[in-house]
Ligand binder design. Structure first.
Ligand SMILES: [Zn+2]
Ligand SMILES: [Zn+2]
Length: 310
């Protein structure tokens, strides 16, 4: 099988060789945001996508309740990890509205899960049950990846009002921010969500992300999906400074739904659309000249996020 990839090491050595090299291959890529069954992709095709894009490992994120349109169970992620232990870093997720959710998360930890997410339910971020979840992740010394999307049909609404209070209170949990509202706050000017979730044009300095990332080292930014890519490319001069200030807290992530690393989604092998992984890799390589910074964003920061002292 032909392997392509612009990053050295495991990326172009092929899956079996990459596995043999182990998870600590220094120049490999860790994707902090991947699901399995986007566009009905199988586990095998997900691994093929990782091979085709030079992705050595990925945080695989379940979406238990499927409120965003895709259902992926934590058990399926664990099973996938058992099949591909060197490629798949299993995260768990469960419905925070269920009374046994915290007990389930404790059991998940015993089973070998490494973090929580993607947290994506129609529950406001300031809800007591979300705080209980963050508190438990803090106790477990875990990362939690949160989809922030304000608006009527949003998820974890109210990030701007509540995130700092959690960061002050819980300093061990690594909170990884993702999605439209998270990235809209790269600017000090955030349009109301009913106007647009994807603001464009120059960034107004002094945004919430800049302030919170500067103040709280346990806050991380997930660069995945259209929201991450659009935010990084809307004002490249601003982004250069943003990288300089916060590179230790930026995580390469894709949320890519394609099958083949070329935007295709099926066995007919016709490319359609873009591959988020390839697009973001190219974008970062263009914008970040310092190889050690690139390595941190592609790999080392994700490793640090997973480290637990408990
Ligand atoms: Zn996702
Ligand atoms: Zn792709």
């Amino acid at each position: 099988m032909a392997i392509t990839g612009s990053i050295g090491g495991a990326a172009w050595l092929g899956a079996s060789r990459a596995r043999a090299l182990g998870r600590d291959e220094p120049s490999s890529i860790i994707d902090c945001h991947l699901h399995i069954n986007h566009r009905n992709r199988s586990l095998e095709d997900t691994i093929k996508h990782m091979d085709a894009t030079g992705t050595n490992q990925a945080f695989i994120l379940p979406l238990e309740t499927g409120e965003g349109g895709v259902v992926l169970k934590s058990d399926a992620v664990l099973e996938a990890h058992r099949q591909y232990p060197d490629r798949i870093i299993p995260f768990c997720q469960c419905d925070v509205r269920k009374s046994d959710s915290l007990d389930r998360i404790r059991r998940y930890r015993e089973l070998g899960f490494r973090g929580f997410g993607e947290q994506k339910e129609h529950v406001p971020f300031g809800d007591r049950r979300i705080e209980n979840l963050i508190s438990l992740c803090d106790e477990l010394d875990w990362p939690i990846l949160v989809h922030f999307q304000d608006g009527k049909k949003g998820y974890n609404q109210g990030m701007a009002e509540h995130l700092e209070a959690y960061l002050k209170r819980y300093q061990r949990v690594r909170i990884i921010g993702h999605a439209q509202t998270w990235w809209a706050n790269i600017s000090a000017e955030v349009p109301p969500p009913e106007e647009t979730l994807y603001p464009i044009g120059p960034v107004k300095p002094g945004g919430l992300l800049d302030r919170l990332l500067g103040k709280y080292p346990n806050l991380y930014a997930d660069l995945s999906a259209g929201s991450g890519y659009r935010a990084l490319t809307r004002d490249e001069d601003y982004t250069a400074g943003f990288f300089e200030r916060h590179w230790k807290q930026l995580l390469f992530g894709t949320d890519c739904p394609c099958w083949d690393g070329r935007g295709g989604s099926g066995r007919d092998d016709k490319p359609r659309g873009v591959c988020y992984t390839t697009r973001l890799k190219d974008c970062l390589r263009k914008m970040i000249r310092d190889e050690s910074v690139l390595k941190a964003v592609f790999h080392d920061n994700a490793k640090r996020v997973l480290e637990s002292d408990v």
